[in-house]
Design a protein around this ligand. Structure first.
Ligand SMILES: C[S@@+](CC[C@H](N)C(=O)[O-])C[C@H]1O[C@@H](n2cnc3c(N)ncnc32)[C@H](O)[C@@H]1O
Ligand code: SF4
Length: 434
C-alpha cells in the first residue's frame, strides 16, 4: 500500500525506538535457568569454528582448530546434560555457527546425545557448500539430521570472490552440482542466499533464484545483507557499500520468482511444502542457547553465554552454564518481542495471544496492531492477524534491524575477549603457514 523509502525509514526508526530496551543485558550468575512454564522449547547449539572468516559475517566465529574444537564439544555435551538434569525438554535442536560440520564426529556424537536425552524430532544443521561430500552427508543422515542448511549466499562467481568464498567453498556451478546430489537425503534441504550485496544486480539475483528452482531443494532462506560496526569496514573494502533503496525491489523479485513453487514460511524463508522455517526463534516460543556466543529466551527473559572460548570451558568445569548476562524484558517489551516474532512467522492467532498473555496483550499493543493494519502490513482474519506481502517486506526489515542490534551486542562482547580471539586466529594461521 505505502511504497516509499521514507515510510520504510520512519517505520524502522519507530521500531528501533520501541525495541531499544531489548538488549540491555546485565550480569548473570550462570546457574541453569528454570524450564519455561508454558509453550514449547527449542535447543540451539552454537559451534563457533570456521575454516576461515568471511568479511561480512558478524556471528561469533573463530578460526577452526581441531584441539580447541574437540575440547569445546566435550564442554558443550556437559552443558546439554546440565539442562537435562534441570528438567528441560526440547522439541528440536538447531546446530548453528560458525560451521558445525568442521568436526563431523563430534557433531554426530552431540546429536546422538541430544536425541537420547530429549527424543527430539527435528535436528537442523548448518554447513557450507564445500562440506557437501557424500561421506559427511551419509554420516549426518544416519545421525538423524532432518534439515540441512547450506550457506550458498550466491551462485554468482564474481560475488563469491568478493565474499572471499570462491576459493574456499567453490564456484556457483560446483555448489549447484553438490546440492543436486544432496537432494532427497534429508526431509528439508535449505539454501541460504544473501541479497542486496553492493555489486549484485537484479539479473544476478534472479539467476540465483532460477538456479535454486532448478535444483530440487525444498527450502530457501533469503537474508538481506546485514552488518555491524565491527565488520562494516572490512565488508565495504571487500564487497562495496550496499544501497538500502533497492531492498524492496529485490525482495519483491524474490517473492515473485519463487512463486508458486515455494510459499513463505517466515518473512525471509520460503518452503516447497510450506512447512518449517529457518528460524528456531519462530519454531518455538522459548529456546535455550548452549555453547559460546549463544542466546536463550525463556518466559520473557533473554540470556547470553560468554564469548570467551576459554571462559566457556572454565565455566562448564565449575558446574555452571555458559550464561554470563541476562535481561528480564519488561511487560511491554516482552509483548512487543512476541508480536515481532509471531508476525515475522506470518501471523498471530488471537486465541493463542489471549491464552498466553490475557487481554493486556491487545491493550498494550493496540498502537502496533493498528499501525500494521493501517500500513496494509497485516489484515484481520477470523482467527487473528495475517501478514500481507507488503507486511513480509516490513517484517523482513524489522527482523534484520533486530539482528543488527544483536550484532552490536556481539561486537561489544567480542571486544571484551578481543585478545583471546585474535590470538586463537593468529595461532591457527601460523600453524597452517608452510
Ligand atoms: C552462520 S552462517 C552458517 C553457514 C556456514 N558457516 C556458511 O557460511 O556456509 C548462517 C547464514 O547466515 C547468513 N549470514 C551471515 N552473515 C550475514 C550477513 N552479514 N548478512 C546476512 N546474512 C548473513 C548466511 O546466509 C549464512 O549462510
Ligand atoms: S558466513 Fe559462515 S563460514 Fe563465513 S564466517 Fe560466517 S559462519 Fe563462518
Amino acid at each position: 500500500m505505502f511504497h516509499s523509502p521514507l515510510i520504510d525509514s520512519v517505520l524502522i526508526r519507530l521500531f528501533r525506538f520501541r525495541t531499544r530496551g531489548f538488549m540491555k543485558m546485565e550480569e548473570a550468575d550462570g546457574a541453569v535457568p528454570c524450564p519455561p512454564r508454558e509453550g514449547g522449547c527449542y535447543l540451539y547449539a552454537h559451534i563457533p569454528f570456521c575454516e576461515s572468516l568471511c568479511p561480512f559475517c558478524s556471528f561469533h566465529r573463530v578460526q577452526h582448530c581441531h584441539t580447541q574444537a574437540t575440547r569445546y564439544f566435550t564442554a558443550l555435551r556437559t552443558e546439554i546434560r546440565r539442562y537435562h538434569a534441570a528438567g528441560f525438554t526440547f522439541d528440536g535442536v538447531y546446530f548453528g555457527g560458525g560451521t558445525p560440520t568442521t568436526e563431523p564426529d563430534e557433531l554426530v556424537a552431540t546429536i546422538a546425545l541430544v536425541r537420547a536425552l530429549f527424543g527430539v524430532r527435528e535436528v537442523s544443521v548448518e554447513t557450507n557448500p564445500k562440506d557437501l561430500q557424500p561421506p559427511l552427508l551419509e554420516k549426518l543422515r544416519a545421525a538423524g539430521v532432518t534439515r540441512l542448511s547450506v550457506g550458498v549466499q550466491s551462485f554468482d562467481d564474481t560475488l563469491l570472490r568478493e565474499m572471499e568464498r570462491y576459493e574456499k567453498y567453490g564456484g556457483g556451478e560446483e555448489t549447484a552440482a553438490r546440492l543436486r546430489a544432496a537432494v532427497g537425503l534429508f526431509p528439508t534441504l535449505n539454501v541460504d542466499l544473501i541479497f542486496n550485496q553492493a555489486h549484485q544486480t537484479l539479473a544476478s539475483l534472479e539467476r540465483d533464484l532460477e538456479i535454486v528452482l532448478s535444483l530440487g531443494v525444498n527450502q530457501v532462506s533469503c537474508y538481506p545483507l546485514m552488518t555491524s560496526p565491527s565488520v562494516e569496514r572490512r565488508m565495504a573494502g571487500a564487497m562495496g557499500i550496499p544501497d538500502g533503496r533497492r531492498l524492496r525491489t529485490y525482495f519483491q523479485a524474490i517473492v515473485r520468482k519463487l512463486r508458486p513453487d515455494f510459499t513463505a514460511s517466515s518473512a525471509w524463508c520460503f518452503t516447497k511444502n510450506g512447512q518449517g522455517s529457518d528460524e528456531y526463534i519462530v519454531a518455538s516460543e522459548n529456546y535455550v542457547g548452549v555453547g559460546s556466543g549463544a542466546f536463550s529466551y525463556l518466559d520473557g527473559t533473554l540470556y547470553a553465554t560468554t564469548f570467551s572460548l576459554a571462559g566457556y570451558e572454565e565455566r562448564i568445569a565449575r558446574g555452571l552454564t555458559g550464561i554470563v548476562t541476562k535481561h528480564r524484558l519488561g511487560e511491554g517489551d516482552s509483548l512487543r518481542y512476541t508480536l515481532l516474532v509471531r508476525m515475522f512467522g506470518l501471523g498471530l492467532e488471537r486465541a493463542w495471544a489471549q491464552r498466553r498473555h490475557g487481554r493486556i496483550f491487545f491493550w498494550r499493543l493496540w498502537g502496533e496492531l493498528r499501525t500494521l493494519e493501517w500500513l496494509g502490513a497485516a489484515h484481520r482474519t477470523t482467527r487473528g492477524w495475517q501478514l500481507t506481502e507488503d507486511g513480509m517486506y516490513w517484517l523482513m526489515l524489522m527482523m534484520s534491524e533486530f539482528f543488527e542490534s544483536v550484532n552490536v551486542y556481539r561486537d561489544a562482547m567480542r571486544a571484551h575477549v578481543h585478545g583471546e580471539l585474535e590470538a586463537a586466529n593468529a595461532s591457527v594461521v601460523a600453524v597452517a603457514a608452510p
